[in-house]
Design a protein around this ligand. Structure first.
Ligand code: PAF
Length: 281
């Protein structure tokens, strides 16, 4: 596996790969790999001839009070894991090269950035869209794989690709879970042992909602109330949001009268966890 740190070098390798007629698959990450990342790499491996994975903890998608400084990092471990998955190139750019002095260009996906995590994390999705577009311009992939756990991010990237006529395919990948249902996330490392059980309340709340919808409950107000009580019954939890939205436009819904995104964000101790499902009546 090659390790590339310079933008120029990555662009030159991407040109070579494309000239050789190879299909280039890309998985952008912030590193500290878990099974969820590895599943995205496997998907890219399945669909492409050459797989590039980037590791870049993107400072501009973190708010001033957020965890940029303490976000978990372990490049040596990431290298070993990516190599074992048959990744061809690990691209690890520096902050200085990605955002040199004088940097001032940003991408905004205006409407899809507003609700859910966008409302609680101002500037977050501007940072995500900007870095992802930069990475696409550097890695020049034919396809890029994104996890459905970050559902809003996925929708926003799909929209950006359509709106800006980017010539690549976005491949969604289902959320990868621990055997007990907890969605895999690099931020799970923040959970203390006594908080682990409470972290499961997100997945169990999604299951509860699916069950209630299968029983015929359609009223969002009723479902929200039940989910809220359910999560609050777990120690160490603080609900950030429980939202029912149209899965494509992310507009609010009052009834589960068609496919409906149920998205949750809950603090469990210091860890802010998110999870989601599509409810179908
Ligand atoms: O999902 C992530 O890990 C990040 O938001 C991404 C897409 C790598 C951009 O920094």
């Amino acid at each position: 596996m090659e390790l590339i740190q310079s933008v120029r070098q990555m662009q030159a390798r991407a040109d070579e790969i494309r000239r050789a007629g190879k299909r280039l698959g890309f998985v952008p990450t912030m590193g500290y790999f878990h099974e969820g990342h590895l599943a995205l790499m496997r998907k890219a491996r399945e669909l492409a001839d050459v797989v590039v994975v980037s590791v870049f903890v993107n400072p501009i998608q973190f708010g001033p009070q957020e965890d940029y400084g303490r976000y978990p990092r372990d490049l040596e471990r990431d290298r070993r894991l990516a190599e074992a998955e048959g990744v061809d190139i690990l691209f690890v750019p520096t902050v200085e090269e990605m955002y040199p002095e004088g940097y001032q260009t940003y991408v905004e996906v205006t409407e899809l950035s507003k609700p859910l995590c966008g409302a609680r994390r101002p500037g977050h999705f501007r940072g995500v869209a900007t870095v992802v577009l930069k990475l696409f311009n550097i890695v020049k992939p034919h396809l890029a794989v994104f996890g459905e756990k970050d559902y809003q991010q996925l929708k926003l990237i799909e929209r950006m690709v359509r709106d800006l006529n980017l010539d690549l395919e976005i491949v969604p990948h289902p959320t990868v879970r621990e055997p007990d249902g907890l969605a895999m996330s690099s931020r799970n490392v923040y959970l203390k042992p006594e908080e682990r059980e409470s972290a499961l309340s997100l997945y169990r709340a999604l299951e509860l909602a699916r069950r209630r919808v299968a029983e015929g409950v359609k009223e969002v107000a009723i479902l929200r109330d039940e989910i809220e009580k359910f999560i609050q019954a777990h120690p160490y939890t603080r609900i950030d949001y429980i939202e029912f939205r149209d899965p494509e436009t992310l507009e609010e819904k009052q009834q589960v009268d068609g496919p409906t995104l149920l998205a949750l964000a809950v603090f469990v101790g210091q860890a802010r966890l998110i999870d989601n499902t599509i409810l179908r009546p």
